[in-house]
Design a protein around this ligand. Structure first.
Ligand code: B12
Length: 447
């Protein structure tokens, strides 16, 4: 009997492109189970319909897996899932193979994404165990109940299994090499390819706006240091010398981050690689900042969110303004290039609190400050912020809300919490969004 086969499709066309690290990990897991895996990356396709038709001509995979990374861009408020649906329809025209969806965007709202895209199968959360299981058991609905994170139809209803929680010490993802990184350059003028490496999965914190527990699970699972740094070496061997650590917070737990830096340094890698990471203000010791710098960290994005203790508490953060101040000093003294990211507009935010945030940052002389989500705080389904919105009333009458309020109870399309005390900024936000839609149409067109 010939081996089963899967085609993994990258549907994410947001520019600059993010290399689909998930597909490298999933292809590797499928191959380890004897399943043939091929990748169709549509990120830089100039005509997706044509490329999809050409790719599937003569190919008859058992399953097509489509990764959905972003529902929307949270910055300009573009609803990116609409473009993914176009791609799914094009794939359906080119192939009869069953389709399964997955990815961070999918895991935020699995049932709604399936309904919106007109697909019957999806895997929420990590896919390395579940996807090969699905390939092996396609059509056997009795076996479906034991596939982690699987979302499927049973007697007309959508059923969702609990998320997978693999033991990452037993999952070696370091091989890489399935995804072609050549279109993914650090900037269009550079020849340096860029990539991503994940060091852990899961988050046990309770930030009110966050979707990471839905994507990666609610407890932290660490990957072995050796696997992570082997992977960095393997990427470098493929010419990928620049990468992001694909963690929401690289410095949590701190010992893991330090050990990764030490191993990178011990292998002499900082001579050839450079990397970026998201970090939190805590835990962030002088030793870690120095190790990050020495290990080749080019830029750290510190998600400080706000400069008011009251707001930090409301946002569910486990750090306070003093931790932010300490982190700024530590980074500056270590010479670590850091960008401080704010998230303004959450419940009860006021102009006064906002000005205090800016004042704090300016007084501390940080290197760079950015706003994480311009239109306010994205309200995601199943988040504590969604519960707050439900209590306040999800209706156009709620002056704390902006975005798509009508016919969007499931929050699939972008909805933002922008405290009514900041309503003076609504016209600016609206203009920003219109600018974003234009930018999106010009940069992500070509379907
Ligand atoms: C690192 C990161 C970045 C880096 C990426 C760097 C790089 N070189 O890749 C940077 C800073 C550049 C970035 C940019 C953006 N990001 Co970002 N990013 C992340 C982060 C922290 C990790 C993503 C990642 O790579 N994870 C590692 C991989 C292995 O995990 P994964 O993709 O989820 O895949 C696993 C599963 O989902 C599943 N799976 C995935 N695909 C498939 C497919 C199938 C068929 C199956 C079965 C399973 C499956 O299996 C995989 C392995 O277990 C996530 C938050 C998070 N923790 O997920 C946000 C996140 C994905 N980003 C987000 C956003 C919005 C963006 C931007 C649009 C922001 C902006 N306006 O610029 C851009 C988009 C960039 C682009 N071109 O797409 C949002 C998306 C949410 C949404 N609203 O849709 C997230 C969830 C953060 C958030 N909370 O808001 N990002």
């Amino acid at each position: 009997m010939s081996a089963k086969s899967i085609v993994l499709v990258n549907s994410n066309r947001w520019k600059p492109g993010a290399p689909p690290v998930a597909l490298d990990y999933l292809a590797s897991a499928c191959v380890d189970k004897g399943i043939e895996a091929e990748i169709l990356d549509l990120c830089y396709s100039k005509n997706t319909a044509q490329d999809i038709r050409a790719f599937f001509k003569g190919r008859k995979p058992d399953l097509i897996g489509i990764t959905i990374r972003n529902l929307d861009d949270v910055y300009y408020s573009c609803f990116l899932l609409a473009g993914v649906k176009v791609i799914i329809d094009q794939i359906k025209q080119a192939s009869d193979a069953p389709i399964v969806l997955g990815g961070s965007g999918f895991s935020i709202a699995p049932a709604q994404v399936l309904e919106y895209c007109g697909v019957d199968l999806g895997i929420a959360g990590e896919g390395e165990e579940a996807l090969p299981m699905l390939v092996e058991n396609l059509g056997d609905t009795e076996a479906y109940s034991s596939i982690p994170g699987l979302v499927y139809r049973l007697e007309g209803n959508l059923v969702q299994n609990p998320l997978g929680m693999m033991d990452l010490s037993k999952l070696n993802l370091s091989r890489r090499g399935y995804v072609d990184h050549s279109p993914y350059l650090i900037d269009p003028k550079s020849k340096t390819k860029t990539g991503a490496v994940q060091t852990k999965r899961g988050c046990s914190q309770s930030c009110i706006y966050c979707v990471v527990p839905a994507i990666e699970g609610g407890c932290v699972r660490l990957r072995p240091i050796k696997h992570i740094v082997d992977e960095i070496e393997n990427l470098a061997a493929l010419g990928v010398y620049s990468f992001w650590f694909a963690d929401s917070e690289f410095n949590y737990p701190e010992k893991h981050a330090k050990d990764i830096c030490r191993e990178i340094i011990a292998r002499g890698l900082p001579e050839v690689i450079s990397w970026n990471a998201y970090i939190a203000p805590k835990p962030f010791s002088k030793e870690l900042a120095e190790l990050m710098k020495e290990a080749g960290c080019k830029s750290a994005v510190n998600c400080i969110d706000h400069g008011s203790d009251v707001m930090l508490e409301r946002l569910g953060k486990d750090f306070r303004v003093q931790d932010i101040k300490d982190a700024i000093v530590v980074a500056r003294e270590a010479g670590l290039n850091t960008n401080y990211c704010l998230m303004l507009g959450g419940p009860g935010d006021t102009i006064d609190a906002m000005l205090k945030s800016l004042e704090l940052l300016l007084s501390m002389r940080p290197i760079k400050v950015t706003l994480g989500e311009i239109p306010g705080v994205r309200v995601y389904p199943n988040s504590p912020l969604a519960d707050i919105v439900k209590d306040e009333g999800f209706s156009p009458k709620n002056r704390n809300l902006s975005g798509t309020i009508r016919d969007n109870d499931g929050l699939l399309k972008p909805v933002y919490y922008l405290s009514k005390y900041l309503s003076i900024f609504v016209p600016v936000v609206k203009a920003w969004r219109s600018f974003g839609s234009l930018r999106h149409r010009s940069k992500s067109g070509g379907r």
